[in-house]
Design a protein around this ligand. Sequence first.
Ligand code: HEC
Length: 176
Amino acid sequence: MTLKTFKVVVVSGLAGIFLAGCASVNPFAKPDPRWADFKSWTKVTEGTEPTGDPSNLLGLVHKGPDGYRDVYVNDIAKDALLGPAPNDFPEGSVVVKHQFDNKADWEAGKNGDVTVSIKAADDGTRNKDNWIWAAGMKAKAGASDFCSSCHTAALSLYNSDYVFTTADFLKKHGSQ
Ligand code: HEC
């Protein structure tokens, strides 16, 4: 399957599941403690203007190519993410993407949405079953073929275990 076909299949076939997933968010729930304080973590995109679609894989998810996206990493994942490839993450790694519709919202830090990748297990291989995902600050993390099928591309494109935004990614794409 070419990269382009892969992208079309992922984006068109699974967009519905993504929306359905969001509908299950309980507005009265508390944010999961594994990422509740993500704004105090290391902001990987600090000093960059994180917009566009540098990997050509984004399609319409994560607010699409016109959106703005900051990425935060917890202490457990920090060294793996900021080091050179291969990027392999220890169990307990959490990466948060704080995404905005446009530059004005990003600058003001308002109307942001959160998506989260969590390495909840480690079977010693790069395996989607090690990862769980959440689409929303108060969403429940769980297995997701929608999220993992696209993030699988990070393995071949960036030699990284399901995480795109590594030090090499940022270097390769300049200011993103
Ligand atoms: C259509 C492909 C696609 C799908 C589906 C997708 N992502 Fe991503 N995601 C990306 C790309 C590409 C990036 C990084 C590139 C960028 O920001 O330009 C990214 C970045 C992220 C990041 C920042 C860390 C990283 O890997 O770079 C998180 C966290 C994330 N996604 C979570 C999720 C979650 C949770 C889901 C499911 C609800 C999801 N993603 C679904 C393509 C996708």
